[in-house]
Design a protein around this ligand. Sequence first.
Ligand code: URA
Length: 209
Amino acid sequence: MHNVTTVAHPLIQHKLTLMRDKTTSTKSFRQLLREIATLLCYEVTRDLSLDSIEIETPLVTMQAPILSGKKLVFAPILRAGMGLIEGMLDLVPSARVAHIGLYRDPDSLTAVEYYFKAPSHLGERLVIVVDPMLATGNTAVAAVDRLKEHGAGDVRFVCLLASPVGLANLHAHHPEVPVWTAAIDPELNDHGYILPGLGDAGDRLYGTR
Ligand code: URA
């Protein structure tokens, strides 16, 4: 699939299976999502550009690589996106965070915005939107719309599970946004849930219903 990377790492696949299991506790679900987020973060940042700086080791002076450009931005879609953010910040602690409050209207399945707060200079930063579930794609499209309205130009998307419909919707609106996902599940049910999926990611993260 164009512009989509499925991260087939065995550790991710193993942890994802545990997350799908309905008997997995809230505590374990949250911990597993954090662990997978770190692994996905490693993949989505694989091609970040580097500068070279001069440093002194205890023995000699050397030219050494360092990340170039402004700090990158993680943009969790509230609330389930928050489940990925700590794991990503474990790997990139200096990243900035843009919070995007969107929920799916249960009847229309369209995205409704209730909060948006982002760091400055979005246009000079890599922005990585994070949401565990790319289902219909409507919230993902709305999140990228809002980030672009605020100047973002270099945007990537990280999720745990994607559906073919969601990927097609996101790329119909934002074809240049690459997606990293742990798996692509085949279908959605009538309520817009991914099948086989893992249920409602927000509810399973926070123990709500
Ligand atoms: N959001 C979820 O939490 N789960 C799905 O399956 C789809 C959207």
